[in-house]
Design a protein around this ligand. Sequence first.
Ligand code: 4AD
Ligand code: MG
Length: 443
Amino acid sequence: MYVNCTERGGKLVSTTTTIRRLGDFVGQAVTVQGWLYNKRSSGKIQFLQVRDGTGLVQCVAVKAEVGEETFATCASLTQESSLRVTGLVRADDRAPGGYELTVQAVEAIQIAEEYPVSLKEHGVDFLLDHRHLWLRVPRQRALLKIRAEVERAVMNFLDGDGFTRVDPPVLTPSSCEDTTELFQTKYFDEEAYLTQSGQLYMEAVAMSLGKVYSLGPAFRAEKSKTRRHLIEFWMVEPEMAFCDHEENLRVQENLIVHVVNHVLEHCEPELHVLERDIDKLRAIQAPFPRMTYDEAITWLQQHDYDIKWGDDFGAPHETALAGQFDRPLFIERYPTAIKAFYMQPDPDRPEVALCADMLAPDGYGEIIGGSQRIHDYNLLKQRFEEHHLPQDTYAWYLDLRKYGSVPHAGFGLGLERTIAWLSGIEHIREAIGFPRMLYRLYP
Ligand code: 4AD
Ligand code: MG
């Protein structure tokens, strides 16, 4: 019920707006619809903190002004109750967001039961069990917002650079990366797998459109329980015809710089909520430092790591290597033997591949993996044999090397790892709405 406010012909006169837009209505009556985030009371005054998805505003209800009934409605509101509040917009420099509402009327839409996610600390398992409710706190809201802006930035950059977005299938008859990490399912009478990467399909469409990219989920049945691994994660996968290793790295560098700048420009309030050191992000500029795999191995050995040529890097190695720099580091030309079957060997040194991983600073690990692809029919066929991959399921992929094959290259950018790094969060599980992790499928 609306009470105690300006009425015209029995109707309330106020504009419904969002908290973000309150600045347009200073001195006017507006209605905001949202949820009660927090409440303080000093007997005759109640301070309602209301959030609506666009921001947080303090609404001040003075008993002598709003009357008993409205004041009682305010008192009945519990954390996360849904409501409509009408009041006068006041500019106030001390208020978060810069505005306050002087309450005229309040309508309780639903009085929430005791909210499980209170404003004090909770254990992580509890929070993950209540992910559907945890998502409402400012920190999680900020992360969802940053994620959306990262996706927007990626699309803006690639769309503006002549790429066409194409959506590869999720159900596939074969693997793209490590076959031990496949999610298997029945596809009527056949075996099928959830996609690990759209890359092979993107190679096909690159031969139609030239420059293409996908943005979608990937699935890895990896038994890894680290702060960098999800079972379901999202990847951006650009693929470019007539592109070599060098050009591939330049695109990656420019894409990352664009994404960082976009986030700095559009997500500053969110980065503040997360207490991210913004100066560190401002330092991210191209060109990025590079090391060859050989140099990385030598550096690690000189710094007392027990590692030899031919070994893959673990998280501590990546953290140490990237820790030398204030911006992402490319490690290029890994041994062919430890990388995927499709990677083009260096013509001068076939034991290494024309590939690179981009490692983010501050221990966030590999955010991009990419390479030039084998475009020679015979070499690719030989790789299938070496990797014991069934030629019939990959026949279409081999076909691409029969009909106007060209040098081409591409990469996969892990969205959650990138968001985690940009946001400065500890674990990538908070970089996606509903994380799918080892032994966690709920909610
Ligand atoms: O290095 P990956 O496995 O490369 C590919 O899948 C290529 N086919 C991509 C391509 O060239 N089109 O994965 C690419 C990126 C990694 O650098 C990492 O950021 C992310 O995907 N990633 C994961 N993110 C979260 N959880 C996991 N389990 C991930 N596995 C890979
Ligand atoms: Mg990789």
